[in-house]
Design a protein around this ligand. Structure first.
Ligand code: NAD
Length: 297
């Protein structure tokens, strides 16, 4: 089975490397030539365009920023659907609106092309390790065909429902991660203002009920003042926007999501959109006029 892979950013590059390590032949494309050269050096073949990549592949994976990017790459002129053969399968692993997943799936079905939405959680470290958490939407027979491929990139692969369900699950995940980081920020700012060492506070609470994967991954970054992405603030703002739009379409109130999205917009206006989402903490620091760091540093 030959795999096409389109979108070679922070996530796409290590995911391609794991497919290559897993023995798959991978044809790749990105609008950034340097990204293509990077994975070509690891054994991938440059496809040249989305159309040509799809024409050479049985399964075409997309890992692009947002819905409009995936819509353009799959349905646009010179896109995947113009090159894909009937019987091939598009697996979109980007985090996008479930409504866009459903629209793209219908267009694929009209050409006899299968579709699975399969967004991921775990960020760059787990993309590198091949231990992403993958939440998929689609029909069982199509899902079963692509599971062996997904298992080369992730350690947990779950079909959560029909097309769009993967992205609904991912939006639920993103709400929990964003609110967790904001809560961690308030907690560490309070502790720092009280004169405590945030690292000691982190170590004291991490084994208790407040302990979490988010806390373990992000508190050390905040304390070290290391906001290198990781997962960029502007991408998390996009996810919360998609969650709020989905909530609105179903008449579901998401007050905490809305509040953290406002923080993210403010940070983007400060020029921090490219920082890791752990920098949400800097919004709370600004309100308190204090930085989370050990006393005396
Ligand atoms: P990124 O911006 O680093 O990479 C996106 C890549 O897509 C870039 O290399 C860009 O040049 C390319 N691209 C954009 N439009 C294109 C097009 N039309 N054709 C071909 N290539 C195109 O983003 P990322 O961090 O790798 O994230 C990708 C997706 O994964 C996003 O939806 C994001 O929300 C999601 N995600 C990211 C993380 C993370 O920690 N970075 C974690 C989980 C999920």
């Amino acid at each position: 089975m030959k795999i096409g892979f389109i979108g070679l950013g922070i996530m796409g590059k290590p995911m391609v490397r794991n497919l290559l390590k897993g023995g798959y032949a991978v044809v790749v494309h990105d609008i950034a030539p340097a990204a293509v050269a990077d994975v070509a050096a690891a054994g991938a073949v440059a496809g040249g365009s989305s159309l040509a990549t799809a024409a050479q592949s049985d399964v075409i994976v997309t890992m692009l920023p947002d819905g409009p990017d995936v819509d353009g790459a799959v349905l646009g002129a010179g896109g995947i659907l113009e090159g894909a053969r009937p019987g091939s399968i598009v697996v979109d692993m980007s985090s996008i609106s479930p409504l866009v997943s459903q629209k793209i799936s219908e267009a694929c079905a009209a050409k006899g092309v299968g579709f699975i939405d399969a967004p991921v959680s775990g960020g760059e470290p787990k993309a590198i390790d091949g231990t992403l958490t993958i939440m998929a939407g689609g029909d069982q027979p199509t899902f079963d065909k692509v599971v062996p491929i997904l298992q080369k990139m992730g350690s947990s692969v779950t079909l959560t429902g029909p097309v769009g369900a993967g992205n609904v699950t991912k939006l639920a995940n993103q709400i929990m991660v964003a609110c967790n980081i904001a809560a961690m920020g308030e907690a560490l700012v309070l502790a720092t203002r009280a004169g405590l060492d945030p690292e000691i506070v982190f170590n004291a609470v991490k084994g208790g009920l407040a302990g979490s994967t988010v806390l373990n991954a992000k508190a050390p970054m905040v304390i070290a003042r290391n906001f290198k992405p990781g997962f960029r603030i502007e991408l998390h703002e996009k996810d919360l926007r998609n969650a709020l739009l989905a909530g609105e379409s179903m008449k579901v109130s998401l007050p905490l999501t809305s509040l953290v999205q406002q923080m993210l917009i403010s940070l983007m206006n400060e020029g921090k959109g490219g920082l890791d989402h752990s920098a949400i903490v800097t919004f709370i620091e600004r309100m308190a006029g204090i930085e989370v760091k050990p006393p005396g540093k």
